[in-house]
Design a protein around this ligand. Sequence first.
Ligand SMILES: NC(=O)C1=CN([C@@H]2O[C@H](COP(=O)(O)OP(=O)(O)OC[C@H]3O[C@@H](n4cnc5c(N)ncnc54)[C@H](OP(=O)(O)O)[C@@H]3O)[C@@H](O)[C@H]2O)C=CC1
Ligand SMILES: O=C(O)C1=N[C@H](C(=O)O)C[C@H](O)C1
Length: 265
Amino acid sequence: MRIAVLGAAGRMGQALTRALHTTPGCEIAGGLETAGSPAIGRDIGEIAGLDPIGVPVTDDPHALFAHVEGVLDFTLPHATTELVALSAQARIVHVIGTTGFSDEQLARIDAAARHAAIVKAGNMSMGVNLMTALTKRVAEILGPEFDIEILEMHHRHKRDAPSGTALMLGEAAAQGRAVGLADRAVRTRDGETGPRAEGDIGFATLRGGDVVGEHSVIFAGPGERFELTHIASDRGIFARGAVRAALWARGRPPGLYSMADVLGL
Ligand SMILES: NC(=O)C1=CN([C@@H]2O[C@H](COP(=O)(O)OP(=O)(O)OC[C@H]3O[C@@H](n4cnc5c(N)ncnc54)[C@H](OP(=O)(O)O)[C@@H]3O)[C@@H](O)[C@H]2O)C=CC1
Ligand SMILES: O=C(O)C1=N[C@H](C(=O)O)C[C@H](O)C1
């Protein structure tokens, strides 16, 4: 499968190039960066710390999308929203790892999914997707006397909060309780908050250093506390998930798919 990496010089872009390089059946067919980036014209393999592979990074998405079968997109919300429309036009697979979308941007991704097979997940690792399924089940079993709090920590460069993963886990907890996340989410606490309301789903965000990504779902009940935790120490777990998603989506009908679909969870 001929696949391009969008945001090729980024932290995830480089991990994606390395994952594609070692996956049988995949060809690194291009890389995209923003106009003016020092990465333009450089070899995508070299950028990722590999030997040169003869594929220069471009800033022209139109030419790139015309000759690939799929793209892996870990960029920025506004960039993904523009680029996914090009995948819809070209009818190619688009794997979205980017997080931090507004409702309006999500609606534009939904629209693109009428024409292209799109896989989107706030976290592409096997471990977090298992944890998401478990969170839904535990929330279903434990009931509202167990308070749910979601804690995440990421590196100092992360731009969005709560993380896409934290929101995925919150959505799973809300589904387990058969409530809407938007109705029960408490995303910040400061000052005179009053006591915690039963049924709230709280989020807490930590940022610092080079932490790849850590998430806990805490179920705090009367006399006991139950926690699910995932710790990522290597971005390769997300990259391998994204490559797997692209191969899975190849030849599928247009639609918006999740990693749970890809992994059969
Ligand atoms: N779903 C998952 O499993 C995971 C998701 N993520 C998400 O992926 C995203 C990227 O994370 P990360 O790699 O750490 O971020 P980086 O900032 O390291 O990388 C993003 C790259 O995208 C480039 N970019 C921005 N706009 C465009 C554009 N229009 N066309 C091409 N390239 C563009 C940036 O260039 P420039 O620097 O010039 O702006 C940058 O090189 C985040 O939203 C993050 O939350 C991260 C890890 C796992
Ligand atoms: O920005 C990151 O780094 C990560 N982003 C994703 C998120 O928002 O959950 C996934 C992972 O935790 C790393």
